[in-house]
Design a protein around this ligand. Structure first.
Ligand code: 26M
Length: 813
């Protein structure tokens, strides 16, 4: 553990300020002060960062095309346990720590759940002292910044590096790696063997930018290595003599520069729709190849037998985006290490494991073989051979042509990436119990029946250090006052809170803290959006990407229904509510954008109607992301987790909200099922179709949205509002939503679940009036949220997947 005295800190701070900027502290901007502070912290951790890198045990490499880190300063200070001394030291220099915390950019190098999960995993790996490192892409532009213009989402490029640099990163030119695209493959005879020669390829340099990942109160500092694509301008000792020969013209040079730099230019803003763009495939190969080459280079330096790779290295593929790890590792083992196919395949499959994050068909990656063949000729040859051998296996084992079609890696001139992952890895996991069950029984049934031992569940989690300790310090302190601080390292201890469930003064304390958090959020909303919200109202929160299956539409249609009820009957018994939405839509997802416009238009109408103003407020926060989530979640009373059952693989905002004492309003989907199991039926509000009902409707039909619409007055009323002008300024968008519900028969069962949802909301209305009972539910949620820490998730990955059968596994049992 590091310690730094206030005196020493102040000295270092001043010295750094002079050496970096040659100016007195009083003249510095907040950005400059922050950069100085980051440098001082990096100095403090440098030695231990180097030491963590001297590998002693098996290392885990977590490949993910997105890492949604959020701001780092507060979390780093917390994990290093130096927040107080630094705060005091800065104060004596006339600087407010909180100003610097807020001056940090929030790197949005991810879309949503997948990327945020990866960030939480890094935090937990370091905190559990696992040598686990991340590999990803250093996008020049992260996820777009969202603006609302007349209620429409408008995307503005994110420019997180505009300050010139990211203060936490260290660039390492001496560790750059060349990634080869295009060209031709020649097989040359070399004695008895065929040697592979890759000619006329385009070399792209992968430049590593390292970010330290600091473990909680321990000495572990892992690395997140993000690659930036550049031209190969200098010789870094790598042989590129077969690279494409440029004529040397100015145009050529520019075209090459563009080709290289484009690769890490921008994060694709989809989170569910696979579009099949060539640039995306380049990104996927770029970071997987750089990462795999980096791993092998490091391993070679240990001088150990390559055949023991699996004892020293675990490679995890987060969703299918890094699938090319598999043929890339094969390529190196075959072409560079000279192993036989069988040897190489054994090492590869024993080293690699894969997580599936979705069962939505449209999100499944299928790359045209022509695209892969041209872009990655050698990789394509290897995929073809994997496929050929797997087909032999299938033909030998099964007669059922349909089944075999399903399982093939290359099918209809496409490479099915999920199938390649399944065949090329030793472990496949889903991200919540229901999701894994659906993988086994439905989506991947054939593979499961073939190799059941490969499949397992790892229910997602959240980093409780960021999502409770750091973002909700008052609640965190109350918990510690009540049960001591062991829960910080072992969140299952939160269960000890249950003994206070009948203690009125504790329940009141809980309520007070929630109220403070609501006041803070209300101030923020007032200052930012110029809308007054009442901290005594119920804060009802739905924060996640905008997608039809997540059903923000169900939420807003119900609000509209409440509005009508209130207009009809002004004495309608209703607790005041503030409905808070935060969501970005993929720029090309038209229906999602229409829903955003609809929510904003309804908000506009209701917020400006004095007849209901005391009862309903709707806030749609602009540019939802990690930093906003940290403000909203501690203030939530209700967490809306209302996806169409079977569609949400896990969800993680459900866990964050629960851990902060919100009551979950949910379908039995994703990890909501496990939340329900933890808290029991008294402490959660459930509604909606069961998974089986949804599966049956999808299989056998039997649902008519039109019938429902025609027979239910209240449903008809709100659906008609989409097109009858009741909500001003809804032009074609209302019609689009209307059609999705009526013409296209409501694919996500919004209308089907509507009545049941509205009953659940009415139940909440009643419950909230019994304050003590409500607070007890809140306490029970916090007390039973412990298993949703990623510390639990990561120790399961370690025990069952990464270190299975290894000596160090004992640590995780
Ligand atoms: C695909 C192709 C092209 C561009 C982008 C993509 C793409 C990017 C992100 C596809 C899917 C992406 O993420 C999916 C995702 O976030 N899934 C969520 O994963 C969470 C963590 O496991 C779960 O909690 C959510 O339920 C699941 O929806």
């Amino acid at each position: 553990m590091v310690t730094i005295s206030k005196k020493k800190f102040k000295q270092s701070f001043e010295t750094k300020m002079y050496s970096l900027y040659a100016q007195p502290i009083k003249d510095a901007t907040n950005e400059q002060l922050l950069s100085v502070l980051c440098c001082v912290i990096k100095d403090i951790i440098a030695k231990r960062w180097i030491e963590t890198n001297i590998d002693k045990e098996k290392e885990v490499y977590y490949f993910c095309i997105e890492f949604l880190l959020g701001r780092q300063l507060k979390s780093n200070l917390l994990n290093l346990d130096i927040e107080d001394s630094i705060r005091d030291g800065l104060k004596e220099l006339g600087i407010e720590l909180d100003d610097l915390i807020n001056a940090e950019t929030d790197p949005a190098l991810g879309n949503g759940g997948l990327g945020r999960l990866a960030a939480c995993f890094l935090d937990s790996m370091a905190s559990l002292k696992i040598n686990g490192h991340g590999y990803g892409i250093r996008y020049q532009n992260g996820l777009f910044e969202q603006k609302f213009v007349n209620g429409y989402q408008v995307e503005v490029p994110d420019n997180w590096l505009s300050q010139g640099a990211y203060f936490w990163e260290t660039v390492r030119p001496n560790k750059a790696i060349v990634v080869k695209f295009e060209g031709e493959i020649e097989l040359v005879k070399d004695n008895d063997r065929l040697k592979v020669k890759h000619k006329n390829y385009i070399p792209v340099m992968a430049m590593p930018y390292d970010i330290p990942i600091i473990g909680y109160h321990n000495d572990t500092i892992n690395t997140l290595r993000l690659w930036k694509s550049e031209i190969q301008s200098r010789d870094f000792g790598q042989n590129t003599s077969n690279a494409k020969n440029y004529s040397g013209s100015y145009e050529d040079a520019l075209a090459y520069k563009y080709y290289a730099e484009e690769i890490s230019q921008v994060l694709y803003p989809n989170d569910s729709n696979y579009a099949g763009r060539l640039l995306r495939l380049k990104q996927e190969y770029f970071f997987t190849s750089a990462g795999i080459q980096d791993i092998i280079r490091k391993y070679r330096r240990t001088k150990q037998d390559i055949k023991s790779l699996q004892n020293k290295v675990a490679i995890h593929i987060n969703d299918t985006h890094p699938t090319l790890c598999i043929p890339e590792l094969m390529r190196i083992l075959l072409d560079e290490e000279g192993l036989s196919w069988e040897e190489a395949w054994k090492i590869t499959t024993n080293t690699i494991s894969y997580t599936n994050h979705t069962i939505m068909a449209e999100a499944m990656e299928k790359w045209p073989i022509d695209m892969i063949k041209t872009l990655l000729p050698r990789i394509y040859m290897i995929i073809e051979e994997i496929n050929r051998r797997y087909n032999l296996y299938l033909d030998d084992k099964y007669n059922d042509e349909n089944k075999k079609q399903h399982m093939r890696i290359i099918n209809w001139d496409n490479v099915n990436m999920a199938n390649l992952c399944i065949v090329g890895s030793h472990s496949i996991n889903g991200v919540a119990a229901l999701h894994t069950k659906l993988l086994k029984k439905e989506v991947l049934r054939d593979f499961y029946e073939d190799k059941p031992e490969k499949f397992n569940n790892k229910t997602n989690g959240i980093a409780h250090r960021r999502w409770l300790m750091s973002s909700n310090p008052e609640l965190s302190d109350l918990i510690t006052d009540l049960i001591g601080d062991k829960w910080k390292k072992d969140t299952t201890r939160l269960k000890d809170l249950e003994k206070y469930k009948l203690n009125t003064s504790v329940l009141n304390r809980l309520d007070e803290i929630k109220h403070h958090n609501k006041e803070h959020l209300a101030d923020f909303i007032n200052n930012t959006y110029n809308v007054q919200v009442n901290p005594n109202s119920i804060f009802d929160v739905q924060i996640k990407r905008l997608h039809a299956y997540k059903r923000q539409l169900l939420n807003i249609l119900n609000i509209l229904d409440l509005y009508h009820e209130l207009l009809e009957n002004p004495n309608f018994d209703m607790q005041p509510r503030t409905f808070i939405f935060g969501a970005k839509a993929a720029p090309g997802y038209y229906l999602a954008k229409c829903i955003i416009k609809f929510i904003n238009s309804v908000a506009d109408k209701i917020n400006n109607d004095p007849r209901v103003n005391e009862k309903i407020k709707i806030i749609f926060v602009e540019n939802y992301g990690v930093s906003l989530a940290e403000k909203i979640i501690p203030a939530a009373n209700i967490g809306e987790q209302i996806s169409t059952t079977t569609k949400e693989a896990s969800g993680t905002s459900n866990m964050k909200l629960m851990m902060n004492g919100a009551i979950t309003l949910a379908t039995l989907d994703g990890a909501n099922v496990e939340i329900f199991e933890q808290v029991g039926e008294d402490n959660i509000i459930l509604f909606g179709l069961s998974a089986q009902q949804v599966l049956d409707y999808n299989k056998y039909g039997g649902y008519s949205a039109l019938d429902l619409y025609q027979s239910n007055r209240r449903i008809k009323r709100v659906v008609d509002d989409l097109i009858n002008g009741f909500i001003p300024n809804m032009d074609s968008e209302g019609r689009e939503i209307y059609n999705s519900l009526i013409t296209y028969n409501d694919e996500y069962f919004v209308l089907r679940d509507m009545e049941n949802y509205s009953e659940a909301q009415a139940k909440i209305n009643k419950l909230y009036q019994r304050k003590e009972q409500w607070n007890r539910m809140s306490l029970m949620n916090i007390a039973n949220s412990g298993i949703f820490s990623t510390d639990r998730t990561i120790s399961e990955y370690a025990k069952d997947i990464w270190f299975k059968g290894c000596e160090i596994n004992e640590k995780y049992i």
